[in-house]
Design a protein around this ligand. Structure first.
Ligand code: SAM
Length: 383
């Protein structure tokens, strides 16, 4: 049986020391976002997409499997001095490559907002640097030592987690999730969900396959560590986000041409974006949403069905979700003329997919400043 983790560690230690052509997948970047990054990092890029496109000023960004740090350093520029970027990798050679340019990058940017941490991306509670510190002082020699070690790790996870829960605005990753061993993949998505703030976003570029990968290929260390045989089947990639509790899951980019074709199976780069839903209760505030079309109807992740052109009753959490990307251009949000005090509001219990009576979500008379209540793209445009 393949030792997935050793195969991956060996391959990327070599890849940190010299550029490995077979691991590279051509991606074009905006050159103005690279001018502060040393050539050594730029050329040891083993990504397959550009999830940094989703970074906003002020974001706290987490890059899973940060490698040489290229995406982290691009994100540092996009997030700006009020933002923060954290790269996590478990490979010392990759971490060395990323960290040794930190000062030079900070000098060029005029601020330092990037740090790199050692850990396993499917277990973002355990800080490997702290574990190594402990082991250096107390190496394991017996089963009793092992038991004590387990207790120390449990304490580190609880008291000094590598990445605390609900602390990140945007999780990015570039060509790494496929490398996580099969039995840990669901845990990996649960970890991405845990560390994101409610309303936070994930933007993940990875390699996907168009068909199931046979066991023979999955056990080949070259194909596994080369980002091929651990690829998600493309439909299962999106489903993994859904199973972890994400909403607004969107196939943002899917390369038309495959990166590799092995035994007739096409492996191509794809980028998926997703949202962690807001954490507040779904209350009855007499709000409504009208879906613009063009589909006859659509279903939100919480099961709400929006029928084209109909004034559907929605709860406050659904309304808030639909008022932002990726939904806001497709939906007109209608607030009631007489707002309901949030504290006094009842839980939203309208019959599934009920229509809102226009009396409950009127904007008011024609001379009322109707535009203030419109949360769609027409907001502020009065006739
Ligand atoms: C294909 S490279 C991509 C590196 C980087 N994202 C880029 O765009 O160049 C995969 C990286 O993920 C790291 N990696 C793989 N599996 C990991 C895991 N389970 N936990 C932490 N890092 C991991 C490797 O050490 C390597 O640096």
């Amino acid at each position: 049986m393949l030792d997935h983790e050793s195969a991956v560690k060996d391959r990327y230690s070599k890849g940190a020391q010299a550029r490995e052509e077979t691991l590279c997948c051509a991606v074009s970047f905006d050159k103005s976002l690279l001018d502060h990054i040393p050539q050594e990092i730029i050329e040891r890029d083993y990504g397959c997409g550009d999830p940094s496109r989703f970074v906003r000023p002020g974001d706290t960004v987490l890059d899973l499997g940060s490698g040489g740090g290229k995406i982290c350093y691009i994100a540092a520029k996009l997030a700006g001095p009020t933002g923060q970027v954290i790269g996590v990798d478990w490979n010392d050679d990759m971490l060395d490559l990323a960290v040794r340019h930190r000062k030079a990058v900070a000098e060029k940017l005029g601020y330092a907002n990037v740090e790199f941490k050692k850990g396993k991306i499917q277990d973002l509670t355990l800080d490997y640097s702290l574990v190594e510190e402990f082991l250096a002082g107390e190496p394991l020699k017996s089963l009793d030592d092992l038991q004590r070690f387990d207790a120390v790790c449990a304490k580190l996870r609880a008291d000094r987690p590598l990445i605390p829960s609900n602390s990140i605005d945007l999780v990015v990753s570039n060509c790494v999730l496929n490398l996580v061993k099969p039995e840990d993949k669901a845990k990996l998505f649960a970890e991405i969900f845990r560390v994101l703030k409610p309303g936070g976003r994930a933007a993940i570029s990875d390699i996907v396959s168009d068909e199931d990968v046979p066991a023979r290929m999955a056990n080949d260390p070259e194909l596994w560590s080369g980002c091929i045989s651990g690829a998600f089947r493309e439909d299962r990639f999106l489903l993994a986000f859904e199973n972890a509790g994400f909403g607004g899951i969107t196939l943002d980019k899917r390369d038309e041409r495959p990166w590799q074709v092995v035994e007739g199976i096409e492996f191509r780069a794809a980028t998926v974006v997703a949202l962690k839903p807001p954490a507040f209760a779904n209350k009855e505030l007499n709000q409504a949403a009208i879906y613009r079309g063009p589909w006859k109807q659509v279903m939100a992740d919480d099961g709400t069905v929006l029928r084209r052109g109909m004034r559907m009753a929605v709860g406050s959490r659904t309304f808030a979700t639909l008022s932002h990307q990726p939904y806001e251009n497709d939906v007109v949000g209608l607030e009631p003329l007489d707002p309901i005090d949030q504290q006094m509001a009842f839980p939203f219990e309208a019959q599934a997919n009920a229509l809102r009576n226009p009396k409950q979500s009127k904007c008011g008379p024609a001379d009322h400043d109707c535009c203030d209540h419109d949360h769609g793209p027409s907001a502020g445009k009065c006739c």
